[in-house]
Write a protein that binds this ligand. Structure first.
Ligand code: NIG
Ligand code: FE
Length: 410
């Protein structure tokens, strides 16, 4: 079926297929066409341009007068598959406990792992599907999802099978990341080596055998996985063809960026705490820095120094980190607004970071992230707005009229 969208006030993020990411000063440029048309055939973008050259005689036409179109958000870092919630810890933090103190008391990731281990695969799927549907309505059209709340062979596989089932049942691209190295289970607290061996010798072969993940991750952080642990895990993942995407520099800078770059990571994520050497290390690499401002907001921790990163000529992507502990929100509109308000990114930089650079950080540059001929017809039609700057400016509002995934309104 052919559909023609006409009278688009502004068609945003129009790119040639050769552009897969934008860096440094280029991030301030957001290519658009005013008074535009967009032509889609089944699930694919086939043409676009000025209304002066609009094709005629198309059976299915949608009038977008006053509205803008931009590619759907590319959320390259989530933990959408989890069981229950951690509302009690939220209240504990309001009452004065820190995230670290809660984790040290057996809360945090271990609390979520206990809940997930006790939840059936069917129930876990149901809870996760609700979240996925919610974020799709908020404009997310491609998403990465991690394991890491299982922490046993069975429960990690259960999480990854749920991700696989989401991919089968929903039309947006979904990428899976194996994050067995998220926290040390209580029974391994004094036998860390034993848990790393379990990841490498038992979990990884099964994940690979069932083809359940494309990426491998580790929480490289003081009190979690050391640089040496991370090195072993990424090395082992590589033997099974898994590409690293790594949690680094959330609370401390211990060399996580360096070990990730050494393994040619696709992305390094969090980066709330960055020193000069970390930024230097990223220069000239293929590794995408990923910031998660909703996590900084929710935990009241520093924001990723976006200006330092971009001014160093590097690219930057934005993602939600949707998870029950540090970021119980999957709203990319809020992420874009918060990046502008708190990280001093311009609307153009934030939209680039949340679309084309997000697609890069999931290895999805061929499919999504821009309005490009041959890419998937995954896009947002906005409400009637004066400029795309309204998206971050009117923070907390959702300025979405409709969301198209694979050429169909959801
Ligand atoms: O990305 N930092 C590690 N993992 C998650 C949060 C884990 C949790 O508290 O459940 C994150 O923020
Ligand atoms: Fe995370």
């Amino acid at each position: 079926m052919t559909t023609l969208l006409i009278n688009i006030k502004e068609l945003i993020q129009v790119r040639e297929a050769t552009i897969t990411k934008v860096s440094g000063a280029d991030m301030k440029v957001l290519p658009t066409i005013k008074n535009a048309f967009l032509l889609i055939e089944n699930d694919t973008i086939v043409d676009y341009g000025s209304m002066d050259n609009v094709p005629t005689l198309i059976e299915n036409t949608i009038d977008c007068t006053g509205k803008m179109i931009l590619p759907t958000w590319c959320d390259s870092h989530t933990h959408i598959v989890y069981a229950g919630n951690r509302e009690q810890e939220f209240v504990d933090r309001i009452n004065g406990l820190s995230y670290e103190e809660i984790a040290n008391k057996g809360g945090g990731i271990l609390n979520s792992a206990k809940k997930l281990q006790e939840t059936s695969e069917e129930e876990l799927y149901k809870q996760s599907a609700v979240r996925l549907e919610e974020v799709m309505k908020l404009g997310t059209g491609a998403v990465e999802i991690k394991s890491g709340y299982g922490l046993t062979v069975e429960a990690e596989l259960k999480m990854l099978r749920v991700i696989k089932k989401l991919r089968e049942n929903y039309k947006l691209p979904i990428k899976a990341t194996f994050l067995g190295a998220h926290a040390f289970p209580t029974e391994y607290k004094s036998n860390k080596e034993g848990y790393i061996n379990l990841i490498i010798e038992e979990m990884l072969p099964k994940v690979a055998e069932e083809n359940l993940a494309e990426f491998i991750d580790a929480f490289c952080e003081t009190g979690y996985f050391s640089v040496e642990d991370t090195n072993r895990i990424l090395e082992a993942g590589k033997k099974y063809g898994l590409t690293p995407k790594v949690h680094v520099n959330q609370f401390t800078t211990i060399g996580g960026v360096q070990v990730s770059v050494k393994h040619n990571a696709l992305s390094v994520d969090h980066l709330e705490v960055m020193n000069k050497e970390d930024i230097e290390t990223l220069k000239g690499t293929n590794t995408m820095p990923v910031a998660l401002p909703s996590c900084s907001y929710f935990l009241s921790i520093p924001y990723t120094p976006a200006r330092d990163i971009i001014n160093a000529g590097l690219p930057l992507a934005l993602a939600t980190d949707f998870n029950p502990g540090s970021t119980p929100s999957g709203n990319m509109n809020f992420v874009v607004a918060t990046a502008c308000i708190k990280m001093k990114m311009t609307p153009e930089e934030a939209i680039n970071a949340a679309t084309i650079n997000g697609a890069y950080a999931m290895n999805l540059s061929d499919e999504v992230g821009s309005i490009t001929k041959g890419k998937k017809a995954n896009f947002i039609i906005t409400k009637e707005i004066l400029s795309y700057g309204a998206i971050p400016y009117n923070f907390g509002s959702v300025l979405i009229d409709s969301v198209f995934i694979n050429g169909k309104a959801i």
